[in-house]
Design a protein around this ligand. Structure first.
Ligand SMILES: [Zn+2]
Length: 196
């Protein structure tokens, strides 16, 4: 009898923890996207075909020029995107790659939830290794190694490092400028995930 009771209470304890923690296990990995206001077009400048915020335009140009002096050839694959452009990424491209909604949310922000709306987020590429753009293998490129060592001196940080607390895909190519108060204010809401 005692054994049956112990077994029952053990099952009870297991059930209790299963019920308590099941939602955490299920939802712990849910991607967290934060809302961003879309910067007006007149706050942007062009670097080649990419648009970046005027407030980081010169520093980005300088960063690219400084890297070039060390034979590192940084390019910009994508920077500012408005809501329609983000919708294209989120709906059209995801459909094209036949992603499930879960995969889509892990890889791409929905419109109005992308750091790219600020003009301060940049997807970098290595001009010598264009095929490694938007790939984890980008971290093998001289551009990534250079950014890892130097980007912080120019006010840039990687937005989604490995195991980031927003549960988003690791994106070694995606960096954001936080080098002045205005830029930093744009990303303040994400600090609780980054600097916890
Ligand atoms: Zn990006």
């Amino acid at each position: 009898m005692l054994i049956v009771q112990s077994a029952n209470s053990l099952i009870g304890v297991c059930l209790f923890f299963a019920i308590m923690y099941f939602p955490i296990v299920i939802f712990a990995q849910s991607p967290i996207h934060l809302p961003y206001t879309i910067e007006p077009a007149d706050s942007l400048c062009y670097i080649d075909k990419a648009r970046v915020h005027k407030q980081c335009c010169e520093i980005v140009k300088k960063m690219i020029a400084d890297a070039k002096k060390e034979n590192v050839y940084i390019g910009i694959r994508s920077a500012y995107r408005d809501s329609a452009e983000q919708a294209y990424q989120f709906y059209y491209l995801s459909d094209l790659y036949k992603q499930t909604m879960e995969q889509r949310l892990k890889h791409t922000a929905p419109p109005k939830f992308s750091e790219h709306h600020t003009g301060f987020a940049i997807d970098f590429m290595d001009l010598q290794y264009p095929k490694l753009s938007y790939s984890i293998s980008f971290e093998q490129t001289p551009t990534f190694k250079w950014l890892q060592k130097n980007a912080c001196k120019y006010g840039f940080v990687m937005s989604f490092p490995k195991n980031n607390k927003q549960n988003l895909q690791y994106e070694p190519w995606h960096w954001r400028y936080e080098g002045n108060e205005y830029a930093r204010s744009k990303f303040e809401q994400s600090y609780k995930y980054r600097y916890q």
